[in-house]
Design a protein around this ligand. Sequence first.
Ligand code: GDP
Ligand code: GDP
Length: 440
Amino acid sequence: MKPVIALVGRPNVGKSTLFNRLTRSRDALVADLPGLTRDRHYGEGRVGERPFLVIDTGGFEPVAKEGIMHEMAKQTKQAVAEADVVIFIVDGRQGLTPHDKTITDFLRKSGRSVMLVVNKAEGMKYTSVTADFYELGLGDPYVISAAHGDGVHDLVNEALDLVAVQQPAMEEEEPAPGNKGIKIAIVGRPNVGKSTLVNTLLGEDRVIAFDMPGTTRDSIEIPFERDGKHYTLIDTAGIRRRGKVFEAIEKFSVVKTLQSISEANVVLLLLDAQQDISEQDAHIAGFILESGRALVVGVNKWDGLDADKRDQIKMDMERKLNFLFFAKFHFISALKGSGIAPLMKSVEAAYEAAMAKLSTPRLTRALIEAVEHQQPRRKGSIRPKLRYAHQGGQNPPIVVIHGNALEAIDDNYKRYLEKHFRETFSLVGTPLRIELRSSK
Ligand code: GDP
Ligand code: GDP
């Protein structure tokens, strides 16, 4: 599983600046889709080959007893509880404040590994910028400049090294028992019917058989079979075992949701037809989109709704979730077991699309067709030239386009190309990424 790094510190020390640097979105197209709300406090990052999740804890106000500050402190606590390592940021220009000490006390009690980081240290001497902070008793501080990027790369590498040594030596992976099939994560906000769907898919007996105590960080893979096909359900705890071992933890965990998404081939997003689409639904959808995983949407609790209501819900979904245009929507009842077979068919189809092999000649032909049909616009005197395309990855499929002056291509044209490739290769249920590579 991806290590989880939490960024903690009082307001204005530079947490969001560091967060943005660590998660710098690779895909501007994803960021700009209308209607898509993303939770800017959670993101994925990567240094070299090492992926991680990062949480920006926003406004940490450990003293507040009620209201929004209290709510944020609660969220911060959950974030810290779920983190493998905490990056505690202080402000090198301002020096030590009483608030930093309060946070230190809290972090010490949390029992997490903490890295003390002095930010805004550009142009300053290590000894002078760190002198104040030894008093916190957290050892030698790291110094960085989040704004300029100094020291950030090394900091993250050290954080990930720290996580690696904390984790018990991995047991030898057992040889896969036959074909594990498609890896599916079922995600959605609390009460949409995830556990019910899991029960329906696995059968009660299986759920109990796998219901073993573990730690919160366990990610469990549950193999199951349906209509002669093999699947693996990714359960990062919380779906099946809620209410027993994990009562203490919030019912909904963004970290667990992100972890299951990143381990799955296909994500099954569950929505509740009997409730309005909420901000939280849209956030989760945003995470899925950003991950590039294949997606099938299950609109659950379709039982007991009259025809008018159903039409209204369908319209509402189309309007609010139009950025999920590439995914199939199924109207199901997990409780009654209806609509499950077509849902699973779409899971298969989404997987196939996500894993499609697109040969260079076919992609290049499709590219040339697209350009013949509609040329990219000139930018000043520059006309981009799209020459050929090859596949740069799967799940999600990445189409890498080579040519000249491709930086002049705008997002609209990129969307047009995406649509063209999607149609040419019948890619339903998976995001498709377009990367442009100009040769000089
Ligand atoms: P947050 O409240 O902890 O998330 O802090 P922000 O990331 O919003 O940063 C607060 C202010 O500090 C902003 O004006 C940033 O531009 C500034 N800042 C952040 N990192 C650095 C840095 O490395 N050097 C300097 N000089 N300023 C920084
Ligand atoms: P989770 O929190 O997403 O795991 O949701 P649960 O599976 O615990 O379901 C929450 C509630 O919704 C329970 O009371 C279920 O019985 C109910 N529920 C789940 N699926 C359906 C459905 O298809 N139709 C109806 N009417 N209720 C359902």
